[in-house]
Design a protein around this ligand. Sequence first.
Ligand code: MN
Length: 154
Amino acid sequence: MPRFAVQQHRASRLHFDLRLEVDGVARSWAVPRGPSLRTRDRRLAVPVDDHGLEHLSFEGRHAGADDAVIVWDAGQYEVQGERPAAAALAAGHLAVTLHGAKLRGGFALTRTGPRRWILTKMRDAFAEPERDVVAEQPRSVLTGRTLAEVDAGA
Ligand code: MN
């Protein structure tokens, strides 16, 4: 199965980066508010440059940059439906099943404009209408650190 990661990234602005392994690269979207387990939430996801797959597990501070990154969630994913991920993305709609530590079940990425996608949780047993997973589970799934701890050099 291909891999995915969601990193929390403090650069000039705090945001999350959703990365999906597709055809040997990490297709990436900046998600300002991060993912949600509530099906009613529509989270803006702005496509950003592909990254190398090694970046899926990057945590720390980039040399020479004023930033900090934690791996907020990671795991494997499956594409829902018949179309391969690249074709689904080219068509503007990709549904996946995530097998992460925090994010599980169906999620959809839908293009709503030239540089604008929406990330939504699909209705299934893993939807959590009363929970704010970003607020409740802030720590890295790799090291247990918070972004603030990495930022402080812990
Ligand atoms: Mn970023």
